[in-house]
Each structure stands twice: as structure tokens, then as C-alpha cells.
Design a protein around this ligand. Structure first.
Ligand code: PLP
Length: 433
């Protein structure tokens, strides 16, 4: 097998620059640990960006996939249908909040789920406008880029973007944006830019992922529900990152007690196999004509088999409670580090979706992107895979598998503490010099 230096050289020659990567080349992975081609071992606090809630290669997921491979690998559901697709739809319909009939369509990626949710909202309402939020991330396809509220690296140079997409401010108590101000911003849109009666959907991540693990306050989500009811707008919860037990509930919006009309899911659902879906009110989901929704691979039988195993594991291993405990442990460590290191401006999270925001000064809250990059690099040198996020690239996010053993979690948190101290010491020395 090639070593990582060779692979980096070959990647540079063969793969476009736009496909960013860390330069770590994996050889094998098990639950929350990864080994690279050079034989280095890492604790994984990225989980393939919130995909591996059930860990790398969960035995039940692997077994379900192997069994399905013995039967059939692809038929295209539109051509030859299969019970497992229908049964997974039934399970998700039952799991989603809302005391009404629901239906689910399966697709491949998070972006595709978002695209379909917007299509469905538009055909149902016979309206075209969509409201999304600053700092939101919904994918890299043309429409989802338009919905995304973060220019770099997602939008720069890729326009023009689809029309009829409006951005309102996401409430952010740490940065002084209150629920009232965020609602005022929607009011401003309704008066200045778009008639609420022309709005098909409001799409929101109840916990922003790429945007910095910003948690929408419950009163804001409740107010959105009221606004949508008042104006006949479809409320879409984008649960691609925050869903499937990550926050201690199946869907993160459940923490606020708000029932959306449509929910997009992906990532954790397939346990490492590409699968996404839109779950929603049957009356809305049924608005599209036959053939209007779908695709060649959507609901691929192998991914569907994996997803059934994921839902089984969430139940049998009590991953809602485990997510809460993992998150508490992470937060306790980050809170303790914040007492020691003034560069930690904020520690926040919901369940096992935990982050710290790094700042140059706690009063001004000036973002420290350089320190954030240094922390991630220092962690990697010490054997911990970390991801940053945030519109100012100054948030470190912790997204370990929910199945991570306590000892590995502690090991990862110890490395994180060392990496922070080392990076902070180095960056502070540089600032003084
Ligand atoms: N929506 C949210 C909230 C996400 O976090 C992501 C990906 O990170 C997407 C949509 C897009 O998902 P995908 O990369 O599978 O297209």
C-alpha cells in the first residue's frame, strides 16, 4: 500500500483542488478509531461529519449489508420495488414528531433531500420563494448552495444562484442576536423583499452544523411554526447533521417541542452508506405527481438495509441516552478548559453535538480562525481527528460516534486539551513576538 506522502502527491495530480481534504489516508476503521496507511492510530471525533453515529463498521450494520448483498444490490425502486424501502418509510414516519399521517421518500445525499423538500413545498403551496438563514448550510448543489448562508468555501465564484431565495438572520445569543431581533429580520423580509403569501417554505437547521453548532432557541422555533401557520408556509427542519440520535433525540427539533411539516435526514441514517430522505405530512408529500420525485439510486437496497440496522442499534444500545451522556462529558471537559484558557469564548451544544468557539478576546469576541486551525493540526499530530466549523472558521466541533467507549472518549478529550494548550501557547507567543 502507498504511504500518505505518495498518496498526497497522487491526489494532487489526479483529484481537483476543490475537493479539499486533510491529507490523512485511512487504511481501516473500527467504531471510534481509525488507522491510516502509515500505521498511525487516531481517535475519531469527526465520524465522517456526523455520519457514523453508530460508529465505523457497526457489526449489525455490516451484517445487514452483507445479507442484502446476497439478495440484490440495485433494482431502482421505480422499476422493481422492495419491502425494505416501504418498511423504513413506515419506521421513520412513526419516529417523526406530529400526530398526523406521514410519508417518506428516500434519496442519496443531504443536498438531494433538501432539494426534494423544496420541490415538494413548492408544488404543494404553488409558491416559489424560500427563506433560509444566515450561517445555514444545506449542501453544494445549485439550489442548496443558494440556500446556504456561508460564502467561503461554499458559494464564492459558483453563482448565479437560483432566484427567490431569501436569507434571514439566525438567532445567536452569544453574538447578541436575540429571538426578537431574528423575528424582526423576517418581518423586514416580509415588508421589504417578499410577500409572505409568495413564500413556499422556511428551512432551518434547528442546530446549525457547518455554521458553528448554533442552537436555535425554542421560542424562535415556536415563533417560526406560528408564522408558517399564519401564512400557509411549509416549515422544513433540516436534520441532516443534527438528526438520527445525535442530540439525544431522533430529531433535534424535538427538544423545542415544535412539529415541522417536512424533515430532511441523511448522514447518520445510513450508518456509513449513502442514504437520505424527506419525511413529512402526507398531504404535503403527496402533492407531487407520479414520476415527479425520485432518482436512479434513491433508497438503494444496501443503504436501506444499513439504515434498518442503524435504527435497531439506536434502540438496543439506547443511543439517545448515550448521546446525552457523551455530550455531558464533552461539555464538562470544555467548560473546565474554558476556566484555564481565555481563548475559549463559548462552549455550547445539544446532546453529542458539542462545540467551542475560539476568540482573540472574550470581550470583543473577535474570532480566532488561526488558533482554530492550529488546534485541529495539533490534535491530528497527537492522534485525534477534529473538525472546525463556523462562519468565521473559529469553532471546534466534537462529533464522535455515539458508540464511542468511555476510555476512548477520555483519550480523545485528553488529546484535545493538550492540543489546545499547545496551540494557544504557540499562537500567544507568536502574537507577543
Ligand atoms: N444539510 C445539512 C444541515 C448539512 O450539514 C449537510 C452536510 O453537511 C447537508 C445538508 C448536505 O449534505 P450532503 O453533503 O450529504 O449533500
Amino acid at each position: 500500500m502507498s504511504n500518505s506522502t505518495d498518496l498526497k502527491t497522487r491526489q494532487t495530480a489526479a483529484v481537483p483542488t476543490g475537493v479539499g481534504s486533510k491529507g490523512i489516508y485511512v487504511a481501516k476503521a473500527e467504531n471510534s478509531e481509525v488507522w491510516d496507511v502509515d500505521g498511525r492510530r487516531f481517535v475519531d471525533f469527526a465520524a465522517g461529519i456526523a455520519v457514523l453515529n453508530t460508529g465505523h463498521r457497526h457489526p449489525r450494520v455490516m451484517e445487514a449489508v452483507a445479507k442484502q448483498c446476497e439478495l440484490f444490490a440495485h433494482t431502482c425502486f421505480h422499476v422493481l420495488s422492495y419491502e425494505s424501502y416501504i418498511h423504513l418509510a413506515e419506521r421513520l414516519n412513526a419516529a417523526a414528531p406530529g400526530d398526523f399521517a406521514k410519508k417518506t421518500i428516500f434519496l442519496n445525499s443531504g443536498a438531494e433531500a433538501v432539494e426534494n423538500a423544496i420541490k415538494i413545498a413548492r408544488i404543494y403551496t404553488k409558491r416559489s420563494a424560500v427563506i433560509a438563514f444566515s450561517g445555514g448550510f444545506h449542501g453544494r448543489t445549485l439550489l442548496t448552495m443558494g440556500l446556504t448562508g456561508k460564502v467561503m468555501p461554499y458559494k464564492r465564484g459558483f453563482g448565479p444562484f437560483p432566484a427567490e431565495v431569501y436569507h434571514a438572520e439566525f438567532p445567536h445569543p452569544y453574538h447578541g442576536v436575540t429571538t426578537e431581533q431574528a423575528l424582526g429580520d423576517i418581518d423586514r423580509l416580509f415588508h421589504g423583499d417578499v410577500d409572505p403569501k409568495a413564500v413556499a417554505a422556511i428551512i432551518i437547521e434547528p442546530v446549525q452544523g457547518e455554521g458553528g453548532f448554533n442552537i436555535a432557541p425554542a421560542d424562535f422555533l415556536r415563533a417560526l411554526r406560528r408564522l408558517c401557520d399564519e401564512h400557509g408556509i411549509v416549515l422544513i427542519a433540516d436534520e441532516v447533521q443534527g438528526g438520527i440520535a445525535r442530540t439525544g433525540k431522533m430529531f433535534s427539533i424535538e427538544h423545542a417541542g415544535v412539529v415541522p411539516d417536512l424533515i430532511t435526514v441523511a448522514k447518520g441514517l445510513g450508518g456509513g452508506f449513502p442514504l437520505s430522505g424527506v419525511i413529512g405530512r402526507a398531504t404535503i408529500m403527496d402533492a407531487a405527481h407520479p414520476g415527479g420525485l425520485g432518482g436512479t439510486y434513491g433508497g438503494n437496497p444496501i443503504s436501506i438495509a444499513a439504515a434498518h440496522a442503524v435504527l435497531d442499534v439506536i434502540e438496543s444500545e439506547q443511543l439517545f441516552a448515550r448521546a446525552t451522556r457523551v455530550g455531558q462529558r464533552m461539555r464538562a471537559r470544555l467548560d473546565a478548559l474554558a476556566l484555564e484558557l481565555p481563548c475559549i469564548g463559548d462552549v455550547r451544544g445539544l446532546g453529542a453535538m458539542v462545540a467551542m468557539e475560539l476568540v482573540k478576546d472574550r470581550k470583543t469576541k473577535e474570532p480566532d480562525a488561526a488558533l482554530t486551525t492550529a488546534v485541529v493540526a495539533q490534535a491530528e499530530q497527537r492522534g485525534l481527528i477534529l473538525l472546525s466549523c463556523g462562519t468565521s472558521a473559529n469553532v471546534v466541533r466534537l462529533l464522535s460516534p455515539l458508540t464511542i467507549p468511555d476510555a476512548v472518549l477520555e483519550e480523545g478529550l485528553n488529546i484535545l486539551a493538550e492540543a489546545l494548550r499547545a496551540a494557544y501557547g504557540r499562537e500567544s507567543a507568536r502574537a507577543v513576538a
